[in-house]
Design a binder for this molecule. Structure first.
Ligand code: DGY
Length: 319
């Protein structure tokens, strides 16, 4: 019986489809990821792996899996945790789950933007802490969403879905991407090179994949270019931002705040300096965490596994 190893329990019943098709499915049952040495043991002899963003899939892991491994189905749209070259060298297919998580992720990016701009988390803490004693004209003043200029870095599916939300809230939209996108016209989004976008936008939201070109794209120079009081939102990958410099820019009062669903390091330790800043809202990488979205991601990962193991072209190939 061919084995499929899944590195965490997935919502919904998509894995039943694999069992019904005659595969032996082993799911890592714990909440935390399998320790590295356990993972290397578990993948041995597997025909397919369903992996998550925290699983490091590299040449050693592929070697440990051995020649039966045919497919790594990543349960995410991003696959920066996977060494694609190593997979290619061994003829192992890699797939992902694009499309289904677009709207959920854009929702969370917008929620973070609104929460930071209008100081929702600070306001909720203020009430819980018993500080609410009067209505005051100067209490918890924040940035207006309506009429603001938002700069979207990366204008793929999620960037465009985020733009639709911003448009609904009456914002002017700037975007940057490798080349101008035809879809931008319908959203009345204007192309800008990154330095210009950073200098013009009141809010900057990141929607690029993590790769060599985007690693620490938001570095000291980029943060210095941002407008005083600007807000940074990151729902893409933590390593796109130079965290130490972001902390410095926030502490110095240059930035107005940050909404981060992804961080570097990730998970973020509870004593991290970012968490001492009241104008920072951090969520634990839950951009795609809508129930229906996460169930759909599981169905897609399973469909990709089945396709490869049954000799068909997978619907969502990366390699
Ligand atoms: C992704 O899909 O890449 C997210 O980070 C996890 O859903």
């Amino acid at each position: 019986m061919k084995r499929v190893f899944v590195t965490r329990n997935l919502p919904g019943n998509a894995l039943e489809r694999l069992r019904a098709a005659g595969y032996a499915v082993e799911v890592w049952p714990e909440f935390l990821p399998p320790p590295r040495e356990v993972l290397l043991e578990k993948v041995r002899g597997a025909a397919a792996l369903i992996t998550l963003v925290e699983d490091q899939v590299d040449a050693d892991l592929l070697e440990a899996a051995g020649p039966d491994l045919k497919v790594i189905a990543q349960y995410a749209v991003g696959y920066d945790n996977i060494d694609l070259e190593a997979a290619r060298r061994r003829g192992v297919r890699v797939t992902n789950t694009p499309g289904v998580l677009t709207e959920a992720t854009a929702d969370l990016a917008f929620a973070l933007l609104a929460a930071v701009a209008r100081r929702v988390v600070e306001g909720a803490a203020y009430v819980r802490e018993g500080k609410w004693r009067t209505w005051h004209p100067e209490l918890l003043l924040g940035a207006e969403l309506h009429g603001a200029t938002v700069g979207i870095v990366g204008f793929g599916r999620i960037g465009q879905a985020f733009a639709r939300r911003c448009r609904g809230f009456g914002m002017r939209i700037l975007y940057t991407s490798r080349t101008p996108k035809p879809e931008a016209a319908a959203l009345e989004a204007e192309f800008r090179p990154l330095p210009e976008l950073l200098a013009e936008a009141d809010f900057v939201s990141l929607h690029t994949p993590l790769n060599e070109a985007t690693h620490r794209l938001i570095d000291r120079a980029a943060l210095e270019r941002m407008k005083p009081g600007a807000i940074l939102v990151n729902t893409a990958r933590g390593k796109i931002v130079d965290t130490a410099t972001l902390v410095a820019a926030l502490e110095a009062g240059h930035l107005g705040g940050a909404g981060l669903d992804v961080t570097d390091p990730e998970p973020l330790p509870a004593d991290h300096p970012l968490l001492r800043l009241p104008n920072v809202v951090v969520t634990p990488h839950i951009g795609s965490a809508g129930r229906a979205t996460r169930e759909a991601m599981a169905r897609i990962a399973v469909e990709n596994v089945l396709a490869v193991l049954e000799g068909r072209e997978p619907p969502n190939p990366v390699v």
